[in-house]
Design a binder for this molecule. Structure first.
Ligand code: UD1
Ligand code: UDP
Length: 387
């Protein structure tokens, strides 16, 4: 049996690891050991419940208002005994969080190979996204197998000297999860969402949580949104508020009393992606939403100065607009009043995956450990076909 430990801790990692956990658990030659750091708690548990994932180990680390050091040190010291007791053949980590970096470092200290899912995304700006750019890069340095979602990501890794035979282009598992979850006739469990008027109102889905936006940028985002709603009576905003206390406080303070702005608790994944499927446009600083919304044909205005996901920008469905209040108002208003511009940005494109990323990662692992003679067939996001 090949013993594979998966380690993750936040909502987006859990969503993106879920299809892979399912694929590994089904394989008779693999023993999958799911370990959660619980860098997030409620938001992680929502996803674990939704996908029926029962972790073998739960480090239960989350603290209110935690610092980066607290999470990193907490993961490193708590995971040690589990790793040395289990001695897995491979540790799989995902993306760019503090959990990702700290658990790949722990694997390295025990000389256990690391497989990095969603490897190779880069802005090449050390402080943006912060601290994710360096978390992802450092994890890359510690990894033995790199599962790059796109060709662009593979090229970034090659440029940094990662040998080609260690990289597999797989597509992003976020698209696997999305395609399994969005349903045309979905009925929301949350009554407030069922009552939204998707026909006569333009529903804007807003999310914001990035550390580099906490403070003035986030204030500007919320003030811009308030102005947009007040000047456009046919719009309504839904903001599932991240549980970060800084985000909670500002959202309530600026948007709490605004008519046609619904502040809701973080939505269960199925509710959230089906809401995205019905909304008019997306305003966000999230990474995952930049991958999901284009495949649903929803224009995305990204409230950040940089992005490590350039593919949908090239395809024209995502635009990087930063956090300046006037710019957010101008760009959003254009999409609300200019049908040609809206149409141009709402072409459904799928540069991030075709729903088979988990299968490819599984195949690449089997090939690496000589349990299969066949390498994974790579995903070719540039031609939308297999290579
Ligand atoms: C982290 C990741 C970021 C990812 C984001 C997804 C790092 C460095 N950052 O953001 O890459 O995009 O998660 O959301 O790893 N909280 C709760 N309950 C929860 C989750 C959070 O109460 O279920 C509150 C806690 O007070 C916590 C705070 O939110 O201390 C911030 O959580 P944290 O994981 O530190 O968030 P970020 O680092 O901002
Ligand atoms: N999401 C969710 N409920 C919400 C908001 C987001 O399930 O209320 C999902 C969303 O579909 C995406 C992921 O959470 O897959 C994004 O998480 P987040 O924005 O916290 O992190 P990021 O993508 O920025 O790392």
């Amino acid at each position: 049996m090949l013993k594979i430990m998966l380690v993750f801790g936040t909502r987006p990692e859990a969503i993106k690891m879920a299809p892979l956990i399912k694929a590994l658990e089904k394989h008779e030659q693999i023993k999958a050991i799911t370990t959660v750091t619980a860098q997030h708690r409620e938001m992680l548990d929502q996803v674990l419940t939704r996908f029926g994932i029962k972790p073998v180990y739960d480090l239960n680390l989350m603290k209110p208002g935690q610092s980066l050091t607290e999470i990193t040190v907490g993961v490193l010291s708590k995971i040690e005994s589990i790793v040395s007791q289990e001695k897995p053949d491979l540790i799989l980590v995902h993306g760019d969080t503090a959990t990702t970096f700290a658990s790949s470092l722990a694997a390295f200290y025990h000389q256990i190979p690391v497989g990095h899912v969603e490897a190779g995304l880069r802005t090449d700006n050390k402080y943006s996204p912060f601290p994710e750019e360096m978390n992802r890069k450092l994890t890359g340095c510690l990894s033995d197998l790199h599962f790059a979602p796109t060709l662009t990501a593979k090229q970034a890794l090659l440029k940094e000297g990662v040998p080609s035979e260690r990289i597999v282009v797989t597509g992003n598992t976020v698209i696997d999860a999305l395609l399994q979850t969005v349903k045309p006739n979905y009925t929301f469990k949350n009554e407030a969402l069922n009552q939204l008027d998707f026909v006569d109102k333009k529903i804007i889905l807003l999310t914001a949580h990035r550390r580099e936006n906490l403070g003035e940028p986030l204030r500007d985002i919320f003030l811009a949104v308030r102005e947009i709603v007040e000047s456009n009576p046919d719009t309504e905003v839904v903001l599932p508020v991240h549980l970060n206390p800084v985000v909670q406080k500002l959202a309530r303070e600026i948007l709490g009393e605004t008519e046609r702005v619904k502040l809701v608790a973080p939505l269960e994944y199925e509710e959230f992606v089906n809401l995205m499927d019905r909304c008019y446009l997306v305003l966000t600083d999230s990474g995952g939403l930049q991958e999901e919304a284009p495949s649903l044909g929803k224009p995305v205005l990204v409230l950040r100065d940089t992005t490590e996901r350039p593919e949908a920008i090239a395809a024209g469905t995502v635009k990087l607009i930063g956090t300046n209040r006037a710019t957010i108002i101008e760009e959003t208003t254009m999409l609300l009043i200019n049908p040609r511009e809206y149409q141009r940005m709402s072409e459904a494109v799928n540069p991030y995956g075709d729903g088979k990323a988990a299968e490819r990662i599984l195949q690449a692992i089997l090939f690496h450990f000589r349990l299969s003679p066949l390498p994974a067939q790579e995903y070719d996001n540039e031609s939308g076909s297999l290579r």
